[in-house]
Design a protein around this ligand. Sequence first.
Ligand code: NAP
Length: 336
Amino acid sequence: MARASRGLGAALDRSQRLTSRGKRDSRTRSRLRETWTVCAGLFLLLAAPAAAQTSPSGGADDAVATPGVGQRVVLVTGSTSGLGRAVARALAERGDHLLIHGRSEERGRALVDEINAGSPGSARFYRADFASLDEVRVLAAAVLRDYDRLDVLVNNAGILPANDPVRRESRDGHELTFQVNYLAGYLLTDLLLPLLQASAPARIVNVASITSYPIDFDDVMLERGYRGMRAYGQSKLAQVMHAIDLAAATQGTGVTANAVHPASAMDTNMIEGAGLRPRSSVMEGRDNVLLLIESDDVGTGQFFVDGRPSRARYGQPYDAAARAALRRLSEELIRR
Ligand SMILES: NC(=O)c1ccc[n+]([C@@H]2O[C@H](COP(=O)([O-])OP(=O)(O)OC[C@H]3O[C@@H](n4cnc5c(N)ncnc54)[C@H](OP(=O)(O)O)[C@@H]3O)[C@@H](O)[C@H]2O)c1
């Protein structure tokens, strides 16, 4: 299914176009970019190497579960373990159709089998490594091909390189944590936004954190003074900024966008891998994410902490110029 992308940059551009000059040029550029993005995704889907092609497409040998009439379709990125898996399990218990995503084929398929065998819901696995923007494009193209609706997108996949003193780069040459935690979700949301809007009411939930760090726009890729916690913190603040921008871009479309701090130091692989002592359970975090998916009272453009709208520790999410700078940078980075 080929839909033209009308993502965040384009949507905000569109609202600005109402009041700015050069309307026609901007629209033409936007349309060209939209068409190109979807064509590129579909091309990648067809032309990607065999491993990448079969995995995001669900695999030819799958007994593929498809959503029933009225069944909500929910994509949870990073749902092969930890918080994402707990959220996916809970939604499957409520009867939803889950798109399980991660890199681990083994854990992904185990969860799909578990959901399809033992819950009122259903599930299907999509593999994509967010260290590659091409794999994000392939994932988006596969979702657009396989589904004619998407009710909820949870941008949850993430890494915490707390103990890794080495600055690492994605396959696209960007600082790895910035890409996996933020930029990949930005691109995925951009590509899936038309489907979410066509499925409205729909929700986008960015799983961010109260652990945050202001973005230095002169060194976003942290080429100077890299620290793992700083990389993590700026990527999580970027997710909050993204949710606020998305809320503005989707106003009046029936799509809402919020960010959430699930809970602090949950008992997940991430915290164990960082050598930190768990201070909360993944069930606590799960319930805080579910609130944003289920509640009628969450509105849009908010950052939720402990189940309530809250303010991020740093001011950039509330600074329109900082959000515009991040948006411009993100649009440049996802353009090839
Ligand atoms: N744990 C906490 O206390 C805490 C607190 C605040 C916020 N959060 C946020 O909650 C989210 C989930 O964290 P968690 O604690 O549940 O961690 P986790 O158990 O380590 O789960 C991380 C998930 O992200 C996926 N992932 C990691 N790298 C990926 C990549 N390169 N490409 C695609 N998927 C990738 C993993 O899939 P594979 O293993 O299959 O690759 C896994 O499903 C993260 O965004 C995190 O920042 C966590």
